[in-house]
Ligand binder design. Structure first.
Ligand SMILES: [Zn+2]
Ligand SMILES: [Zn+2]
Length: 297
C-alpha cells in the first residue's frame, strides 16, 4: 500500500478526525463514571438505556455496515437501507464505504500481509491486540482511501451511501444531540441533557467501539474453531456482546446473513434480518445450508 495517491493534507485531516473520534468516547467514560461513582448507587436508570441505545446503533453497524453493505448478505428496501446506514454512521468511526474497503481487505488477506488489522501480524498477543484494537489506524502504510476504492468501489458509486457518508460528522453529532434532548425531556432540566449527552451519547459510542475493536483481536486469537479456514478466526464469546458476530463461522461463510450456526450461538442480528424479511422489508437473504456446513466441518 502507498500513501502517494492522496494529498498529505487530506491524510492528516482523516487521521486527525480518527484521533478525535476515538478519544472523545474515553473522555465521556471518565466524566460519566465519575458522576455515578461518587454516590455508590447502581444507577440502572442510566445503565439500562445505555445498553439499549448501544444495541440500537450497534445494529446499524452489524446488520447495516457489516452484513448488508460490506457482504451483501441480503437486500433491503430503501427506507430500511437508509435507517441502517444512519444508525451505523451515528456509532461508527469509519464511513460505510471506508469500512467496506477495510473489511473486504480483511477478508481477502485475512491474517496475511495486506490485512489492515490482523493481530497475528505483530509479535506476541499484547502487541497484536493493541495493533488490531487501535494501532492499525495510525500505521504509516495504511491508506483507507486506496482500500476504499480498491475493494468497495460499488459502495463509493452508490449515490445514497456516498451522500450519507459525506455527512458522517453530522450523524455523529446527531448521535450526541438526540440523547441530550432525550435526557432533557426525561429529567426535565439541563443536568438531564448533560447526563444524556455523556451516557447515551459518548459512553454508548465507547461501548460500541470497544465491542468492535476487541472482536478484531480476540476473535483471531482465542475461541472455538468450528470450521477450518485459511486464517486464525475463532468463535469467541464476545459475539454475545456484538449480538451474534460469530467470527469463525463468518470467515467460513462470509456471504451468510446467519452467523449463529449452533443452537447456543445466539445471533440477534440475524433475528432482526429474518424479522424484517417476514415484514417484506428485506429480500434475497443468503443462508448457509446444512450441506455447506457438513462440507466445511
Ligand atoms: Zn476476521
Ligand atoms: Zn465480514
Amino acid at each position: 500500500m502507498t500513501t502517494q495517491t492522496r494529498p498529505i493534507a487530506s491524510i492528516k485531516l482523516n487521521r486527525s478526525w480518527q484521533l478525535f473520534r476515538l478519544i472523545i468516547p474515553y473522555i465521556g467514560l471518565i466524566v460519566g463514571m465519575s458522576t455515578i461513582l461518587s454516590d455508590r448507587n447502581l444507577h440502572l436508570e442510566l445503565l439500562l438505556p445505555t445498553y439499549v441505545f448501544t444495541a440500537i446503533t450497534g445494529l446499524g453497524f452489524t446488520v447495516g455496515y457489516h452484513r448488508l453493505f460490506a457482504h451483501r448478505s441480503f437486500e433491503a428496501v430503501k427506507p430500511v437501507k437508509i435507517c441502517l446506514a444512519i444508525l451505523g454512521l451515528m456509532g461508527a468511526h469509519l464511513t460505510i464505504s471506508e469500512y467496506g474497503g477495510i473489511h473486504r481487505a480483511h477478508h481477502a488477506t485475512s491474517d496475511r500481509p495486506g490485512d489492515p488489522h490482523s493481530p497475528r501480524l505483530a509479535k506476541g498477543f499484547w502487541r497484536g491486540f493493541w495493533y488490531s484494537h487501535t494501532g492499525w489506524l495510525f500505521a504509516a502504510d495504511l491508506d483507507i482511501e486506496a482500500l476504499k476504492h480498491k475493494y468497495a468501489s460499488d459502495l463509493v458509486k452508490d449515490r445514497v451511501i456516498s451522500q450519507l457518508d459525506k455527512l458522517h460528522f453530522l450523524w455523529v453529532g446527531l448521535g450526541l444531540i438526540l440523547p441530550s434532548l432525550l435526557g432533557w425531556v426525561i429529567f426535565g432540566n439541563v443536568e438531564g441533557a448533560i447526563t444524556g449527552f455523556f451516557w447515551w451519547g459518548l459512553i454508548r459510542m465507547f461501548l460500541q467501539d470497544q465491542i468492535e475493536f476487541c472482536t478484531r483481536g480476540l476473535a483471531h486469537y482465542w475461541g472455538d474453531r468450528d470450521f477450518e479456514t485459511t486464517d486464525y478466526s475463532t468463535n469467541h464469546p464476545i459475539a454475545l456482546l456484538s449480538l451474534g458476530e460469530w467470527h469463525n463461522n463468518h470467515h467460513a461463510f462470509p456471504y451468510s446473513a446467519n452467523q449463529g450456526l449452533k443452537p447456543w450461538q445466539l445471533d440477534f442480528n440475524y433475528f432482526a434480518i429474518a424479522t424484517l424479511e417476514k415484514l417484506g422489508l428485506v429480500s434475497n437473504v443468503k443462508r448457509v445450508s446444512l450441506q455447506e456446513i457438513k462440507q466445511k466441518s
